[in-house]
Design a protein. Structure first.
Length: 277
């Protein structure tokens, strides 16, 4: 894992004038609040996109509106700019104060983009795009999540795909019976460890904190059921619980589209992948 790669919990810069690079994250009060994601190309331009990728893709408008409605249940968006700005930022105040803040942002973006129409067009383009969210909890009826009981407890681990372009997978903890997400219901540490089948090939190891804790949100202030962890495809992880046997698991690896190869481009030598010793 490259040590300098931007992590999903790093704060994003202002979206003003550069909507294509918008990245929304989890936070509290007057900060960015929507799930981290990376804009992606429309499906029509990716006819051979692997099924594992397609399962992770959703319309950006759906994600922004979901956050907008959750953060501002008494507000109705006036246009796509409202959806984009308030769907990625949480503001505390009256309706008039919040909309005045949005209008101030609009004036700044008009100066950057040249006109109100240009700003609205950029907002519409972003919202009409497909995105691959990381950290967004599975929706009702979702069939992409994997759930496995945690031995010796009444809880289960749930894994579901995040942004496939940066190989991100998500994890949370759910009640085994109700399947409702819960925040750390018992004391544990989550470690990334070497692959037990090839420990000499593994990258850095370390203890992972939840996305919310990485934002500096105290454990007691995390909204009920919202705690989540960001993992990587193929990582081997270990859950250490005081007085209990450790739990180990490996994150699924999504099948990628294979690059075309011909005899002229590359020779392939067929060595065995495994052998008895």
């Amino acid at each position: 894992m490259p040590s300098k790669r931007k992590q999903p919990y790093e704060r994003s810069k202002s979206v003003g004038g550069n909507f294509k690079n918008t990245r929304a994250v989890a936070a509290t009060k007057n900060t960015s609040v929507s799930p981290f994601f990376k804009p992606a190309s429309p499906l029509s331009s990716e006819p051979s996109m692997p099924p594992a990728y397609l399962k992770s893709m959703v319309p950006a408008r759906e994600v922004y509106l979901e956050v907008f409605k959750d953060a501002y249940p008494n507000l109705t968006p006036r246009d796509d700019y409202d959806i984009m700005i308030l769907g990625s930022n949480r503001r505390v105040g009256t309706k008039e104060e919040i909309l005045a803040w949005v209008d101030q942002r609009m004036q700044l973006d008009i100066k950057r983009s040249g006109s109100r129409d240009a700003v609205l067009e950029s907002a519409k383009k972003l919202l009409d795009d497909l995105v691959a969210p990381t950290g967004r909890k599975p929706r009702p009826g979702c069939n992409t999540a994997h759930i496995r009981p945690i031995p010796g407890s009444k809880y289960s681990l749930r894994l579901w795909p995040g942004n496939p372009y940066v190989n991100e997978y998500c994890m949370d903890i759910v009640d085994t019976d109700t399947k409702q997400a819960v925040n750390s219901p018992f004391k544990f540490d989550l470690w990334v460890i070497p692959d037990p089948d090839a420990p000499w090939l593994s990258g850095p190891i370390g203890c992972l904190r939840s996305l919310e804790r990485n934002f500096g949100i105290p454990q007691q202030d995390i909204l009920p059921g919202e705690e989540k962890w960001v993992l990587r495809d193929g990582q081997t992880c270990l859950i250490r619980r005081p007085g209990e046997k450790d739990v180990r698991f490996t994150v699924p690896v999504r099948k990628r589209r294979k690059l075309p190869t011909t005899e002229e481009e590359v020779y392939i030598l067929d060595f065995p992948k495994e052998e008895e010793v």
